[in-house]
Design a protein around this ligand. Sequence first.
Ligand code: CAA
Length: 391
Amino acid sequence: MASDSAIGIHDLSFATTGFVLPHTALAEHNGTDIGKYHVGIGQHSMSVAGADEDIVTMGAAAAAPIISRHGADQIRTLVFATESSIDQAKSAGVYVHSLLGLPSATRVVELKQACYGATAALQFAIGLVHRDPAQRVLVIASDISKYELDSPGEATQGAAAVAMLVTADPALVRIEEPSGLFTADVMDFWRPNYRDAALVDGQESITAYLQAVEGTWKDYQEQGGRSLEEFSAFCYHQPFTKMAHKAHRHLLNTCGYDTDESDIKRAIGQTTACNTVVGNSYTASVYLALAALLDHADDLSGRPVGFLSYGSGSVAEFFAGTVVPGYRAHLRTEAHREAIEGRRLLDYAAYRELHEWSFPTDGGDHPTPAQTTGPFRLAALRGHKRIYERR
Ligand code: CAA
């Protein structure tokens, strides 16, 4: 059996949508001072999905480079985490399984608990690899964050998918025990089945997140976790990047430290580069923070990183990972840069049109306009079935 400390993230790849709306366009439309977006919430732009992309096309685009590099032979499980699911019964992961041509001897399942789902998937994957270290688990977190037009949440929309290959003797990050856990029944953010856009109590959601930071840290300490001083950086769930700032300040205060802006910047500064231009990617967000950290920070070999995964409702987990020496040879920095820079700029009117676009619910056949150029596309709704194509 592999020890817990020798299981973790072997490869990590992310994808986002084909379109981007800069916050300057939103600010111009609604008369908001751009300082509120750039400084107040720490967001510069948001990824917007075209009519022919969704969590499946993004998830497949994130995972395809992992399959090309490592093959699919040892992957016997695919866990798809999302809170913007496309079907009440069938896992989005089954579509990805098909698009990537994975072996039939695979178990595929979808997990949900708001933005926390990918961390549950990661922990389940570690359990499976612990049982049989020869097996590999493909974890995909994919989400489109959508709030109502002209609502306070609108500025915190976004979309992305992160794919992670979880293995024994990983090349990037060894995930450690213990974890600090926290669950509380709160209605800070939710999306009833009949709605496209989430409902949210903004200030309540920030308070609930900060309570979860405190709760997970307390449990992490009680379980014998590392001390705060040991960590080189902290990857927080980032619904907007200023939230990571608030969360780390709260953690410092909880541990009895005064708030020192330079300490906060040092701890989270390298983790916000992707989220500030992609926006909220729900389940993927905390792992997008990890991608940004690994891609942009100075050498982190052997250094512990803290992870705070928060999912409204709420469930949260704090855990640690150690960056594996030599990890830089396995990064996808250039591809990640291209995914972000390759998005096409939308003006406000075009964004609004995409925001309002959805398939008719008349049961008819509806092709989607070919808007995007990524490796996978949602081609149509036909006979109540979503039809995907590989380019
Ligand atoms: N220049 C600089 N800063 C400015 C400014 C200006 N001109 N104008 C305002 N600001 C600052 C404010 O002072 C405030 O900063 P602080 O929070 O540090 O005080 C910040 O900008 C935001 O201003 P408001 O609080 O007035 O903004 P708002 O009422 O429009 O709402 C929001 C902000 C609550 C985050 C809203 O966007 C929202 O509801 N978002 C969705 C919910 C969310 O993301 N919650 C996070 C926790 S829940 C979670 O993490 C799960 C998840 O993914 C959803």
